[in-house]
Design a protein around this ligand. Structure first.
Ligand SMILES: [Zn+2]
Length: 61
């Protein structure tokens, strides 16, 4: 029983074999992993900007 499960890449949806030796899992490739990391970085940046805007509303009350 050495068959590996087939999983779909969360980024591009391409099906590939789950391999514990694959550094990019659950993604199919480094490219897909980097795209996903980039998305997270962008969202974090946006949240940070929103938090900086909040204290000003407290001051007016
Ligand atoms: Zn992919």
């Amino acid at each position: 029983m050495s068959s590996k499960p087939i999983v779909a890449c969360p980024q591009c949806g391409k099906e590939h074999q789950w391999d514990t030796g694959n550094r990019f899992r659950p993604f199919c490739s480094e490219r897909c992993k980097m795209i996903d990391l980039g998305k997270w970085a962008n969202e974090e940046y946006r949240v940070e900007q929103r938090e900086q805007d909040l204290p000003e509303t407290d001051h007016q009350a």
